[in-house]
Design a protein around this ligand. Structure first.
Ligand code: WT7
Length: 654
């Protein structure tokens, strides 16, 4: 972030007080902070009491072997029972769990908690029939259809950790995740609808499965679009099974087993600073406690709310705040298959009388560009609370969101957290905290965050540094799948006893927290985490590329955009006319369309220090059209002049 933007951020003095009626009736009041401070474990134990347990825990937290935490030790529970069965048993079976809105107009389904319970039970029986047992991993690669939630809950019911892979990821990315967590079953669909057309998913699964030897035994396929698929059924010795054949006829009775509180619930892969994605492991009791409590507290959830989180289920937001948190709380929510198109979201808010909307700054900025006339054409008076997640929200977008979408009456909660934290960590409480546009404000009750300098000393108000978390929290990752050492090295090695999140932050004069973006080689594009190294590896795997360097450059809509600098091999000559397009397509094939560079520059050299380290800072200056900074540590200081003369000559933007 530039100094200019930073100083603008820090001079923000607008304040939005909580609405009086919301404050009076808020789920969580100011006293919660002091209560949690005086006895953190008792505070989280009370939050855990909101769930149904088979056997109560003997110990709230075991932190005797840091950084490996155990929460609610000795307790047993079943996540799917907490998300469905208990609401039916409490007499809320007829309450709508999911108002599902397909992308094609009028393609909608309402699913009650009773229906969800039956469907999850059928799917659990069908998975058992396919040989899935407690502890087995199941990969899920699906569009935003109700069956993805059913599949996740069915896995949770059996104690079979799922790993959901975003449907926009490539066959290669899917294959590497299947291999890393050794999944024997993949659940997918023939395809899904995106931007008005049916797009296929099954071919990518076939390709991925072929790459993983004989690891995958069954592929369970939901029929969504009806498009032709290459089918290898079990009759002919193949792996494919139609969901409708396996699930629809299965029994709706399924006796759930209670699992240990620390039983693995899921693995979610996310990009790190090296090329290999990290498998973030979340377990059952602490995760469900952390997500359900924060969903209830931060969104001030009431029984008659209609909640809508616009995230795709392939990311952690879709896990914590679409699947597990809201369903554990028995909420009614909207689930939408499509992408943010003009007017369609606001039509949904109007039709379903949505009261709480949770989305990302990149979507808000896209709507800002389209103009307020579009949302102004809809009745959105049902809204009472707005949430933001995924990247820092700039004050302009915050104020626009508040005024245009929220009619100047809805508080905005800017929620900071990560795939690793599992639950929201820093956010205003809507009935307590005044909102400052651009600040995520304070650590939630029971959470301990600070901003420190290189020596792990608290920077104090008015200063910037690194964001750290000082105490364990219930939904924290337990480790990286199969790699305890990398877990320690990545998060706990910089300063002993502190969790380093990878974000820069600043405390303002009041002690409120302003997130300033990543300080490592991780980019944030449209709220999605991408690794520079991973994209560099994808580029150098192309036969024409000798070397590549990738940086995240500021982008008005997506926050950051991928910019790549490549050196071609001598044998490739000038690479040919379409080299830029060829390389962009190659990255999409290797990782997924979201990783496609916005810009690729073919350059003769890269700026390196004498020890051979690429100076990305200088490349970032070029990508952001700034004066290039200090070049004195370069091995060859003329390199930047060579690169600058190429600027614009071989770029591509769409
Ligand atoms: C990174 C985590 C949390 C779910 C979506 C992304 C950035 C996230 C905010 C926010 C400023 C934010 C951080 C964080 N981030 N929320 N409200 N303000 N930055 O999850 O892919 O694990 O990425 O997203 O840089 O470290 P993720």
């Amino acid at each position: 972030m530039s100094e200019q933007t930073l100083s603008n951020l820090m001079h923000e003095d607008r304040r939005f007080e909580p609405p009086a009626d919301l404050a009076a009736d808020a789920n969580v009041k100011e006293e919660a902070y002091a209560r949690a401070d005086s006895d953190r474990e008792a505070f989280w134990a009370e939050a855990a009491e909101r769930l149904d347990w088979g056997k109560k825990w003997d110990q709230v937290l075991d932190w005797s072997n840091p950084p490996f935490a155990k929460w609610f030790v000795g307790g047993t529970l079943n996540a799917s029972v907490n998300c469905v069965d208990r609401h039916v048993e409490a007499g809320n079976g007829d309450k709508v769990a999911i108002h599902w809105v397909g992308e094609p107009d009028d393609d909608t389904r309402d699913i009650t908690y009773a229906q969800l319970k039956d469907e999850v039970s059928r799917a659990a029986n069908a998975l058992t029939e396919l040989g899935v047992q407690k502890g087995d991993r199941v990969a899920i690669y699906m569009p935003m259809i109700p069956e993805v939630v059913v599949a996740m809950l069915a896995c949770a019911r059996l104690g079979a950790p799922h790993t959901v892979v975003f449907g926009g990821f490539s066959a290669d990315a899917l294959a590497s995740r299947i291999t890393d967590c050794e999944a024997h079953v993949v659940i997918t669909s023939d395809g899904g609808y995106r931007r008005g057309a049916a797009s296929a998913l099954k071919p990518a699964v076939d390709e991925a499965v072929a790459k993983t030897g004989d690891l995958v035994r069954h592929v369970l396929v939901v029929r969504r679009t009806g498009q032709d698929v290459d089918w290898h059924g079990r009759e002919e010795g193949g792996r494919d099974v139609w969901w409708h054949d396996a699930v629809d006829g299965a029994s709706a009775e399924h006796e759930p087993e209670m699992h240990d509180s620390e039983h693995p619930l899921y693995v979610m892969y996310t990009s790190g600073t090296t090329g290999k994605p990290k498998g973030i492991l979340h377990t059952t009791g602490g995760y469900l406690t952390g997500t359900s409590y924060t969903h209830w507290a931060v969104f001030d959830l009431k029984d008659d709310d209609v909640y809508w989180c616009t995230a795709d289920v392939g990311w952690v937001t879709g896990h914590s705040y679409m699947a597990y948190g809201p369903l554990a709380n028995g909420a009614t929510q909207v689930m939408y298959e499509g992408t943010p198109e003009k007017g369609r979201w606001w039509q949904i808010v109007q039709d379903y009388k949505v009261t709480i909307l949770y989305t990302a700054p990149t979507a808000i900025r896209t709507f800002m560009k389209q103009g307020r006339e579009i949302p102004d054409g809809y009745d959105m008076s049902s809204l009472r609370l707005l949430g933001s997640v995924g990247e820092p929200i700039n004050p302009e977008a915050y104020v626009w969101y508040r005024e245009v979408i929220g009619g100047d009456r809805c508080p905005v909660v800017d929620t900071w957290w990560q795939t690793e934290t599992g639950q929201i960590m820093i956010s205003p409480l809507p009935g307590v905290t005044a909102g400052k546009p651009g600040s995520a404000m304070k650590a939630l009750p029971g959470i301990s965050a600070d901003v420190v300098d290189d020596d792990a000393k608290s920077v104090g108000n008015g200063n910037g540094g690194y964001l750290v978390l000082k105490e364990p929290w219930p939904a924290m990752l337990r480790t990286l799948w199969g790699d305890d050492q990398r877990f320690k090295d990545t998060y706990w090695s910089r300063w002993p006893g502190l969790y380093f999140a990878g974000d820069g932050a600043k405390l303002d004069e009041d002690g409120d927290i302003w997130l300033l973006g990543r300080v490592d080689d991780v980019m944030n594009v449209s709220g999605h985490r991408l690794s520079t190294t991973e994209i560099e590896s994808a580029l150098v795997s192309h036969p024409k590329v000798a070397e590549a360097a990738v940086v995240g450059a500021a982008d008005e809509t997506t926050g950051q955009a991928v910019c790549a600098f490549v050196i071609l091999r001598d044998s490739a000559g000038d690479g040919g006319e379409d080299i830029v397009e060829e390389l962009r397509k190659h990255v999409a094939k290797e990782i997924g369309a979201i990783a496609k560079p916005r810009q690729i520059m073919v350059v003769p050299e890269l700026p390196k220090t004498r020890s051979g380290k690429i100076m990305r800072r200088l490349l970032k200056d070029v990508a952001e059209h700034r004066e290039v900074g200090d070049v004195t540590t370069l091995a060859d200081s003329t390199v930047m002049d060579l690169i600058k003369t190429r600027e614009g000559s071989s770029s591509s933007e769409d």
